[in-house]
Design a protein around this ligand. Structure first.
Ligand code: SAH
Ligand code: SF4
Length: 418
């Protein structure tokens, strides 16, 4: 089933072979999710439609896939009835499989997902009063073993494909019941009527902060985010999308130029010694080089600041001196910066502890006193291991039977809740 073409992922460790982005299905049908509109058009033409038809059908199908979220060609009511089975015989509309869905007491939701070739990864939804943020994974595992990150203890299994990345967003909208409702028959007439409503806006923001280093899977992340931003589909603004990198300097300019989303940088330390220890990629791309790349980031401005993430590790990177040095560095490079202080989220076997609340508060005050915003991020979903750095498909260790029991119980609860 899986494509045997392999490619290597550059990283700290030896390149890892992974399956390429198009994985033909066992039944020979091609999954359209993750493909650009032009590619869909080409495939329709290769399957026998003339150029004009292929273009029209690609446009219609794209709208159904990304604007309406349908997973069945039979529901595409503006496409001729005879054409729908023709499409269904040749093409497919996929979603990652849901292995397990969990709800935190604070409203955070986490899904354990599985690729069609059996690899597990996670996605998290964090609702807030004024927004809802989906935390999306880019890889199964990560090649960069940051010492405080649970995902970093996993071996990289493979890059996620564009379809598996955008598939997380589609699945989240399915689960949140957020697709526009109403009939598409005579769309032009109903588009503005009450029948056709884009109800709620639970999912408003996307952060590429799940499992993996997105800039080591550049092309697939770019392909997926282009689909997320496409005005004919999900149409999420690039201002509502943030990509977090541990500091893959050579890919940062491309990220700004070719994707154009907001940038977050996992800085976490202000001295070479400490950053080398906790973010080993620092040995390859040091702090100065990283901050220079931030200063050069296309699109960064005072209106669109770069977020510097800083995980608070007790007696490691949390002193007053560290806070002052952080301010000095950000000013030296004249960075339009905001700092996000992340209390360390513990996981079994971690070598660090979280700084005390007083220490975090003082650190935040020092940075703030120098005119740089430095809020403390409230950990979300800790009870279900959904907080930053806790993602590690822990469920893989559970027995099949236990997982099935939990899924059945969760479904029963959801059904009971209506
Ligand atoms: N690989 C990317 C994005 C995923 S990690 C990156 O490293 O930026 C998302 C954020 O969570 C990063 O800032 C990461 O450093 C942070 N993080 C990882 N483990 C953590 C932990 N145990 N507690 C708090 N934050 C953590
Ligand atoms: Fe990978 Fe980011 Fe975790 Fe580092 S913090 S190991 S780059 S996922």
């Amino acid at each position: 089933m899986a494509d045997t073409t392999l490619m290597s992922i550059p990283g700290q460790i030896d390149p890892v072979p992974v399956a390429r982005d198009i994985t033909p299905r066992a039944d020979g049908r091609i999954d359209l999710i993750g493909l650009p509109k032009d590619r869909i058009r080409e495939l329709f033409a290769e399957a026998g439609l003339d150029a004009k038809q292929a273009k029209l059908r690609a446009k219609q199908v794209f709208h159904w896939l990304y604007h309406r979220g349908v997973t069945d060609f039979a529901a595409m009511t503006d496409i001729a009835k005879t054409m729908r089975p023709w499409l269904a015989e040749r093409f497919y509309i996929g979603r990652p499989d849901v292995v397990e869905a969990q709800h935190s007491t604070d409203g955070t939701r986490k899904w354990l997902l599985r690729t069609s070739d059996g690899h597990e990864f996670e996605m998290v939804f964090i609702p807030d009063a004024d927004r809802g943020t989906l935390c999306v994974s880019s890889q199964v595992g990560c090649t960069l073993n940051c010492r405080f990150c649970h995902t970093g203890t996993m071996k990289l299994v493979r890059n996620l494909t564009p379809g598996e990345i955008v598939g997380q967003v589609l699945l989240a909208r399915d689960s949140l019941g957020e697709w526009p409702k109403g009939s598409m028959a005579g769309l032009d007439e109903v588009e503005d009527s009450a029948e056709y409503t884009s109800d709620g806006r639970l999912l408003t923001n996307i952060v590429m902060m799940g499992m993996g280093e997105p800039l080591y899977n550049f092309d697939n992340v770019k392909g997926a985010l282009k689909l997320v931003m496409d005005g004919d589909g999900l149409a999420l603004s690039k201002r509502r999308i943030t990509l977090s990198t541990s500091g893959v300097v050579p890919a940062m300019a491309r990220c700004g130029e070719e994707i154009g989303v907001n940038l977050a940088v996992s800085l976490h330390a202000v001295t070479k010694e400490i950053r080398d220890e906790i973010v080993p990629l620092n040995k390859k791309y040091g702090i100065e080089e990283l901050l220079q790349a931030c200063a050069d980031y296309p699109g960064a401005s005072n209106a669109r600041r770069i977020t510097f993430e800083y995980v608070m590790l007790k007696d490691k990177n949390d002193s007053d001196e560290h806070a002052h040095e952080l301010v000095r560095l950000l000013k030296q490079y004249d960075l339009p910066a905001k700092v996000n202080l992340i209390p360390f989220n513990p996981w079994p076997g971690a070598a660090y502890e979280c700084s005390t609340p007083e220490r975090v508060k003082r650190f935040s005050e020092i940075v703030f006193e120098h005119g740089i915003s430095a809020p403390v991020r409230t950990p979300r979903g800790r009870d279900i291991d959904a907080a930053c750095g806790q993602l590690k498909t822990a469920a893989e260790k559970k027995s099949r039977a236990q997982r099935d029991r939990e899924t059945a119980a969760a479904e029963a609860t959801e059904a009971a809740a209506g």
